[in-house]
Design a protein around this ligand. Sequence first.
Ligand SMILES: [Ca+2]
Ligand SMILES: [Ca+2]
Length: 121
Amino acid sequence: GDRFFGLFREERNFDAAEGACQALGGHLASIHSNSEENAINNYLKHNGNPNDVLIGGTDRASESNWQWSDGTSFDYQNWKAGEPNSQPGDGDAVMTVKSDRSGNRAWRDRSTDGVAAYLCA
Ligand SMILES: [Ca+2]
Ligand SMILES: [Ca+2]
């Protein structure tokens, strides 16, 4: 079903962003299909389209065992070539980044301490 997505451009780290989403009754966004990711990317394009946007993926509990902060199944992924590479930092959070000149997006792992705009759902 359709979910409400909200982009917040005040940059936060993973935990602060997840906390802010929870305060709104949600979580950092999980993504479960190509069509859902396309819908999110269209939403981002119409909302300023920052390069780096935190979503809810993390492998903090178990390295390389990716999970979504909302507890849903990690049943889809769209890593940029060469990612995840466990860097920068702990490499335990996921952000979606513009991956080519036409603005298509893919995922990178990055430090949970790094700040970025974030997407709640
Ligand atoms: Ca990691
Ligand atoms: Ca990385």
